[in-house]
Design a protein around this ligand. Structure first.
Ligand code: MFK
Length: 184
C-alpha cells in the first residue's frame, strides 16, 4: 500500500483489544443506518455491504458492483470503490465502541472492477494514538484470496456524539440506535 505519513501510525501505536461487549468472533455486523449509502438496506442504489467480524478485530464484507455504480461503461466508478473502502474501514473502527469519522482516506486502484464483480473486502486497525485511528483495507476480486483490486489506508478521528447531533439528525440516530457509544 502506498501511503502518506498521515495514515502511518506513529511508533508504539497499537490496535486496542476488543472492549467488553464488542461483537464476538463470527458475529454479523448489521447496518448502522438504513439509509447509509454503504450498508443501508433501504438505500435503493447503495453498496448494501453485509459485514461480519471473523475474529472480533477485523471486518470482512462483500460488495457486488451494480449498474448504478458505473464510471466507464460496465466498470466500477473509482469514487464508489473508495466509498466501499470507507464503509468497511468504518465498520472495523466501530468494533471499538466509540464514534469515529473519516479524516483522511488514501486509495490505490490496482485493477479495473467490472459490473457484476463481487469484491471481497477486509479491514483492520494498525494502531490508535489519542483520538487518531490508523486503518487499512483491501478489496479482492471474486474470492477472499482473489487478486487485489483496491487498497486503502485511512485516518479516522474519534468524535463525541455531539458531532452527529450538531451537524446531522439526532432524531434519526435515536430512532435507530439505543447505544450511544457507537457510530450512528
Ligand atoms: C457500523 C458503523 C459503521 C460506520 C461506517 C461509517 C463509514 C463512513 C465514515 C464516514 O464517511 S464519516 C463522514 C466523512 N467524514 C467527515 O464528515 C468528517 C469531517 N471532518 C470533521 O468533522 C473534522 O475535521 C474532524 C472531526 C475529522 C476533526 O476535527 P476536530 O476539530 O475534532 O479535530 P482537529 O481538527 O483538532 O484534529 C484532531 C487531530 O486529527 C488531525 N486531523 C484531523 N483531520 C485530519 C486530516 N484530514 N488529515 C490528517 N490529520 C487530521 C489533526 O491534525 C489533529 O491532530 P493533532 O491532535 O496531532 O494536532
Amino acid at each position: 500500500m502506498t501511503r502518506s505519513s498521515l495514515t502511518t501510525p506513529p511508533p508504539g501505536a497499537a490496535a486496542p483489544a476488543p472492549p467488553p461487549g464488542a461483537p464476538l468472533p463470527g458475529a454479523a455486523l448489521g447496518s448502522h443506518y438504513g439509509h447509509c449509502f454503504g450498508c443501508g438496506t433501504e438505500h435503493p442504489t447503495g453498496l448494501h455491504l453485509t459485514a461480519r467480524t471473523p475474529d472480533g478485530a477485523t471486518v470482512e464484507a462483500e460488495f457486488t458492483v451494480g449498474e448504478a455504480h458505473q464510471g466507464a461503461p460496465k466498470l466500477a466508478h473509482g469514487g464508489v470503490l473508495a466509498a466501499a473502502m470507507d464503509e468497511v474501514i468504518g465498520m472495523s473502527v466501530y468494533l471499538f465502541h466509540k464514534p469515529y469519522v473519516t479524516g483522511r482516506l488514501e486509495t490505490d486502484y490496482l485493477l479495473p472492477v467490472p459490473v457484476g464483480t463481487t469484491l471481497h473486502l477486509r479491514a483492520w486497525c494498525n494502531g490508535i494514538s489519542g483520538r487518531k485511528a490508523y486503518l487499512e483495507a483491501e478489496g479482492r476480486i471474486g474470492a477472499p484470496d482473489g487478486p487485489v483490486a483496491v487498497r486503502a489506508a485511512a485516518l479516522f478521528i474519534e468524535v463525541s456524539m455531539e458531532h452527529f447531533a450538531e451537524h446531522g439528525d439526532l432524531a434519526a440516530i435515536a430512532a435507530e440506535h439505543q447505544d450511544f457509544e457507537v457510530n450512528p
